[in-house]
Design a protein around this ligand. Structure first.
Ligand code: ASP
Length: 336
C-alpha cells in the first residue's frame, strides 16, 4: 500500500516516519536506475514543472534528472526575470496555470510557506525544493539516507550541526527528520551567537515522540564527540542588513587540521552545498576534498535515487519499475 500516492511533500513536519522509510526503501530500488546500470521509462508521457524562483544548481538539476531517469519530460523556470512574476502575477495564478500543464510540480521560492501555497492552489502533487527560511525536505531525506548508507540507523548517535542554524532551511528539515525517524539523538547545535536554532525546530524535536537531547555551543571545539558533523554556510541572502552578515561569516570553519585535531576517528562530515569557498567565508576547506570522512558528494549523488523515489511514490509507479527495467546501452564511465 503506497501511502504517498497523490500526496504533496512540502515539509518534514507533514511527513511521518513510515513515509520517510518508504522513500528510503524505494530509493534503494532506484539506485541501479539512478546510477545507470538499468533503464526504465515508466513515466513516459508525464511532465514535471520544475519552478525555481531562487538560485539553484543541485536541486533543480537533480529534480529534472530524476524525472528524466524515470522517462518523464521536464519544463523548467529559473529565476524570476523570465516569468510573469515580474509583471506582477501572483504565486496563486502561476501555480494554478502550471497545475493544468504538469503532472507534478517542484518549487523553490524565497517566501516561507510558498510550497504549501502552491500545493493549496493545485490538484497535482507539489514537492518543496526550499521555501525561504522554512524547509527543504528532499535535502533532509537525501542527507539522512546518506547517513544510513554509511552508519546504519543513527539511534543514540551524537550529531553536531554547525553554522547558520537560524536561516539554513536544510538544517530545519534535517533536525526534524532525524528526530522523527530515530531515538535518543544527542543534538549539538553549534552556531555563532545570534544564529542559533529557531524555537519552532526545537519544539518539533521535543514533540517528535522520541527522547532526544539538545545542547547549544558557539565554539567549533564542540564537534569533538560527534559521530556526524553537518556544517552549512552562512545564508548571506537572508540578512536584511549586509553588515550583519559580515559579522557572522567565517566564524565557524572546518578544515583538515580541525578535523584531525578535534574529530572522532571515522567521523562523518556532511555539507548540503553550495559551500562558500570565498576567502572570508570558507566554512568547509578544500583541503578535505577526497578525504573519506567527507560525505558531501555522496549526498549529491544520493539526490537522484531519493528524488526518483519521491516521484515514483507520489505518481504511484514504484511497483512498476523493476518489471519495466531494460539494460543501459551507452558507456557509463564510473559508478558512484
Ligand atoms: N542548497 C541549499 C538550500 O537551497 C543549501 C544552501 O543554499 O546553503 O537551502
Amino acid at each position: 500500500m503506497n501511502n504517498l500516492k497523490g500526496k504533496d511533500l512540502t515539509s518534514i513536519e507533514g511527513l511521518d516516519a513510515a513515509d520517510a522509510r518508504a522513500i528510503f526503501d524505494t530509493a534503494k530500488l532506484m539506485e541501479p536506475f539512478a546510477f545507470r546500470q538499468k533503464l526504465t521509462r515508466v513515466l513516459e508521457g508525464a511532465v514535471l514543472a520544475n519552478l525555481f524562483f531562487e538560485p539553484s544548481t543541485r536541486t533543480r538539476i537533480s529534480f529534472g534528472t530524476a524525472f528524466n531517469r524515470l522517462g518523464g519530460e521536464v519544463r523548467d523556470t529559473s529565476g524570476t526575470e523570465t516569468t510573469s512574476i515580474t509583471k506582477g502575477e501572483s504565486l496563486y495564478d502561476t501555480a494554478r496555470v502550471v497545475g493544468g500543464y504538469a503532472d507534478v510540480i517542484t518549487v523553490r521560492h524565497p517566501k516561507t510557506g510558498a510550497a504549501k501555497e502552491v500545493a493549496d492552489a493545485v490538484d497535482v502533487p507539489v514537492i518543496n525544493g526550499g521555501d525561504g527560511v522554512g524547509e527543504h525536505p528532499t535535502q533532509a531525506l537525501l542527507d539522512v539516507y546518506t547517513i544510513e548508507a554509511r552508519l546504519g540507523k543513527p539511534n543514540g548517535k551524537t550529531i553536531a550541526i554547525v553554522g547558520d542554524l537560524k536561516f539554513a532551511r536544510v538544517i530545519h528539515s534535517f533536525a526534524r527528520l532525524l528526530s522523527k525517524m530515530y531515538q535518543g539523538i544527542n543534538f549539538k547545535f553549534i552556531a555563532p551567537n545570534g544564529l542559533q536554532m529557531p524555537e519552532n525546530v526545537r519544539e518539533s524535536i521535543r514533540t517528535s515522540g522520541s527522547q532526544h537531547t539538545m545542547t547549544d555551543h558557539d565554539s567549533i571545539n564542540a564537534i569533538s564527540d560527534a559521530d556526524v558533523i553537518y556544517i552549512t554556510r552562512t545564508q548571506e541572502e537572508r540578512f536584511a542588513d549586509p553588515a550583519e552578515y559580515e559579522r557572522y561569516k567565517g566564524k565557524l570553519r572546518i578544515d583538515k587540521k580541525t578535523l584531525d585535531t578535534l574529530g572522532k576517528p571515522g567521523v562523518m562530515l556532511l555539507h548540503p552545498m553550495p559551500r562558500d569557498s570565498r576567502e572570508g567565508s570558507n566554512e568547509l576547506d578544500h583541503d578535505l576534498d577526497g578525504d573519506p570522512r567527507l560525505a558531501m558528494f555522496n549526498q549529491t549523488d544520493n539526490g537522484i535515487p531519493v528524488r526518483m523515489a519521491i516521484f515514483a511514490l507520489v505518481l504511484d509507479v514504484a511497483d512498476q519499475i523493476e518489471k519495466t527495467a531494460r539494460p543501459v546501452n551507452w558507456h557509463v564511465p564510473k559508478k558512484p
